[in-house]
Design a binder for this molecule. Structure first.
Ligand code: NAP
Length: 254
């Protein structure tokens, strides 16, 4: 595969957010490698635009290493499903993402875009108390905090995206981006979060920053830490001759 076009590993490509990220990245010149634990999902992922599919479990460090081999960038939209998985021990949100960050670092990837959640770390107050209690008890918040911290400490250019409550509504492109904790609260369509994740990969301004993301309609909270991001458009194959695109692709591939 053309490494000089840059290769991105999409972890969580089968998920409800990850599927939208796959749609967006498949339209770019990047080689998109999708990760799933489900071998039966391969044909669907390829039909949706994945160039490569790796079957593996991020809770297995060897699988994480295999998944990220030769990748220049990683986008993670993995998360534990509700239910038994949360009481079984290690969560993909914690141990799994830590394995992925470590593997990305070891393999020489440069860029990592992580889906976390409002409620983690200094955004704790952005989560309604009842939900915070449930997610604290299940260990999801502490697991996500651990992986956020691992990523911040890693020698990778990172963007951490903390969405509010996810919905399956269509994309609106009308999101509010907060930076600095719990001032932004509300819900947001997965499709909008996916756009933020995909665009973050190409927007230098988002590097080494942590954002809270919710929809503007229904925005709650003080919203006094809102930032304006000048999102870089996703590169298109037909526009790949453009100087800016070539520069960004070179950087991802270096
Ligand atoms: N639900 C909310 O309101 C909410 C709010 C804020 C943030 N979030 C976060 O947003 C993210 C996306 O959520 P979502 O609801 O769109 O996700 P989802 O539909 O539940 O998808 C989860 C994805 O994680 C993958 N996955 C789970 N365990 C894995 C493992 N051990 N190894 C590799 N992959 C694994 C699954 O892949 P396979 O099954 O194919 O392996 C699947 O693609 C998650 O991080 C979630 O915590 C959710």
């Amino acid at each position: 595969m053309a490494r000089n076009r840059g290769r991105v590993l999409l972890a969580g490509a089968t998920g409800r957010t990850g599927r939208h990220v796959l749609d967006a990245l498949a339209e770019t010149p990047l080689v998109v490698r999708a990760l799933t634990r489900d071998a039966d999902a391969e044909s669907d992922l390829r039909a949706r635009g994945a160039d490569e599919v790796v079957v593996g479990d991020l809770l297995d460090a060897d699988d994480a290493r295999r998944a990220v081999l030769d990748a220049d960038a990683v986008v993670s939209a993995v998360g534990v499903s509700a239910g038994l998985e949360t009481i079984r021990g290690d969560l993909v949100d914690g141990a799994g993402v830590v394995n992925l960050v470590d593997a990305a670092t070891a393999s020489g990837a440069q860029r990592f875009v992580l889906t976390s959640s409002i409620g983690v770390g200094d955004s704790k107050g952005g989560l309604p108390l009842s939900l915070r209690a449930i997610l604290t008890a299940s260990g999801v918040l502490s697991a996500k905090e651990r992986s956020e911290n691992r990523l911040r400490d890693a020698p990778l250019d990172h963007t951490i995206v903390r969405p509010g409550a996810l919905t399956d509504a269509p994309a609106t492109a009308d999101v509010v981006v907060g930076e600095g904790g719990d001032s932004v609260r509300g819900s947001v369509p997965r499709a909008d979060v996916a756009n933020v994740l995909a665009h973050s990969l190409f927007t230098r301004e988002t590097e080494n920053r942590t954002f809270e993301v919710v929809s503007r309609p229904g925005l709650r909270g003080r919203a006094d830490n809102v930032v304006d991001i000048d999102w870089t458009p996703l590169p298109r194959p037909e526009a790949a001759g453009g100087e800016g695109d070539q520069e960004r692709e070179r950087e991802l591939a270096e």
